[in-house]
Unconditional design. Structure first.
Length: 283
């Protein structure tokens, strides 16, 4: 029986939703964006925020004369890149390392694949210009390139002239930011960080597969992937297969199959944040 069929049976047994397909993006080069290779470390980066009168995004767009037109990503030797492009002058911005990214103004967590995060905020601008000629950013709200370091770029708010994004990274590492003109662009390069060989040997067997599974899990799909006993039960044949799974330590299980054969299954969570548990050894 395939792993997919076992997953489907387990999902039905515990009334859980199946894994939804994650979005992806083509890795377009930023073109004229030529910035140096990322620094090994970087503090919070910012530029002065313009003075904006109250009145919401429509008034902000009219006053600042600029709105978001594109978000692009690209993989390069030693670093990955994300570019935010605007219709006119680059607005004021801040970049900071955070433990989590929350949506503005709701305050709910923004799902981001990875285990390190950047929050990028533009001040006095919007993703749309409601004033004539009513131009609007038409790109995706979430990019999931799953590069070595840059994993996710997600919109995190567009409220009263504050435009926010979250960036999910594979690990804590250095970043370097530069600005370009004509049109205004913010270019952020994030250094590759060596993660080592992926430890999983069943179903999820590579870092890109893991990040995709983690992102889907963060969005509420297949929550059982974070439960070691259920992951082992799926490997053993699924609920109702007749296999008996007994936990012998935190990450080790003894599996007795209907024919009497026994196996020791070991696994772990390969990241420092919540996410799927993977099998690393079967004897």
């Amino acid at each position: 029986m395939s792993a997919f069929t076992r997953y489907a049976r387990l999902a039905a047994a515990v009334s859980l939703a199946g894994l939804a397909g994650c979005g992806s993006t083509s890795a377009g080069s930023p073109g004229a964006a030529h910035s140096p290779a990322p620094a090994t470390t970087a503090p919070s980066t910012s530029s002065p925020a313009p003075s904006v009168q109250p009145g919401g995004p429509a008034q902000v767009c009219s006053q600042a004369g600029t709105y978001l037109t594109a978000v692009r990503t690209g993989e390069h030797s030693g670093y990955d890149r994300v570019v935010f492009q605007f219709s006119g002058t680059l607005p004021g911005y801040t970049i900071e390392r955070v433990q989590a990214v929350y949506s503005d103004p709701k305050g709910t967590p923004v799902p981001l694949a990875g285990q390190a995060y950047l929050r990028v905020v533009f001040h006095g601008t919007s993703a749309a210009c409601p004033q004539p000629p009513h131009q609007t950013y038409t790109g995706p709200a979430v990019l999931t390139p799953y590069y070595p370091q840059l994993l996710t770029v997600s919109a995190a708010g567009d409220f009263e002239g504050v435009l926010s994004f979250g960036v999910g990274l594979a690990a804590q590492g250095g970043y370097h930011a530069v600005t370009l003109t004509n049109p205004g662009r913010l270019v952020i390069d994030v250094s590759h960080v060596a993660l080592g060989m992926f430890p999983g040997i069943r179903d999820i067997t590579s870092w890109p597969q893991y990040w995709a599974a983690q992102y889907s899990w963060l969005n509420g799909h297949q929550p059982w992937l974070s439960s070691p006993p259920l992951v082992v039960q799926v490997w053993a044949g699924g609920i109702g297969s007749g296999s008996v799974v007994r936990q012998v330590s935190v990450n080790t299980f003894k599996v007795t199959k209907p024919d009497g054969t026994t196996h020791k299954v070991t696994g772990l969570r390969p990241v420092s944040v919540p996410g799927p548990w993977v099998i690393t050894k079967i004897t």
